[in-house]
Design a protein around this ligand. Structure first.
Ligand SMILES: C[S@@+](CC[C@H](N)C(=O)[O-])C[C@H]1O[C@@H](n2cnc3c(N)ncnc32)[C@H](O)[C@@H]1O
Length: 237
């Protein structure tokens, strides 16, 4: 199964990157786009790596994308598990021989506990309360939750409330809006540039792609208006 069958709009991001850059490694924004999108995306993952406890530790990655972070974590000596609801991503990662579970994070069995639960641009798909409730059940007592994602000011308020409810503490918070937001402009630009090929390759309707581009333009404006931010959180008990 190939990445063109990833769920929409992840297939658009992957294919737009392939058309523009020849291949894709990740489905997240990059830090410092002037270094090129591939290096910029790796910069983001390199930052995450600095927030991990020493290997070996048990890491759960929520939302595996192309499995690139998973492969790097295994290479660095971590015990890696990835969870994703999309069977196509699991099939795409088959040759990487990662330990993967097909499930939504919210429905994951609670029989195993982890030192780290990592959300790199996957927290935005999960309501904050459900995310923290499940993380609470899956985290070892000394474990940490790492979240790197775009977030609206409204969601930040909700997150603060549930952090307290589930007895978490925000031990680290950093704002990467300036570093990450240009990635969205780049993404919009390459989707417009390769629009005709994207419609054909992914068998999308023109309306579906136009609506998605419209939503991305609104988000881009929200970054400029500062109602959208790109933040890192580390939570512990
Ligand atoms: C923007 S992609 C990021 C992928 C990867 N973390 C990366 O940085 O390249 C979002 C990921 O979250 C996954 N996802 C969406 N909803 C999810 C859920 N409820 N539980 C687990 N993963 C989910 C998607 O399938 C996808 O793998």
């Amino acid at each position: 199964m190939d990445y063109t069958h990833f769920s929409f709009p992840l297939n658009v991001y992957a294919q737009a990157l392939c058309l523009e850059e020849g291949h894709f490694n990740y489905l997240h924004y990059g830090f410092n786009l002037q270094q090129g999108i591939h290096q910029a995306q790796q910069n983001s993952t390199n930052f995450i790596m600095t927030k991990l406890p020493p290997a070996p530790a048990d890491i759960l990655e929520v939302g595996i994308g192309a499995g690139t972070t998973g492969s790097q974590l295994v290479k660095a000596g971590y015990n890696y598990t990835g969870v994703v609801p999309d069977p196509v991503q699991i099939a795409y990662c088959r040759e990487k021989e990662l330990h993967l579970i097909e499930s939504r994070f919210e429905s994951l069995s609670e029989e195993t506990q982890y030192d780290v639960i990592l959300f790199q641009e996957s927290a935005q798909y999960i309501p904050s309360k459900a995310l923290l409730q499940k993380a609470n059940a899956l985290l070892k007592p000394t474990g940490r939750v790492l979240i790197l994602d775009e977030i609206t000011t409204e969601v930040i308020g909700g997150l603060d409330q549930f952090v307290k409810q589930f007895d978490f503490q925000i031990v680290d918070k950093q704002d990467f809006t300036k570093e990450a937001a240009p990635s969205l402009g780049y993404l919009i630009e390459i989707i417009y540039k390769h629009r005709i090929s994207l419609l054909q390759d992914l068998q999308l309707s023109s309306l579906q792609l136009s609506e998605w581009l419209y939503r991305l333009e609104i988000r881009n404006k929200a970054y400029q208006d500062k109602t959208f931010s790109y933040l890192f959180f580390q939570l512990s008990h």
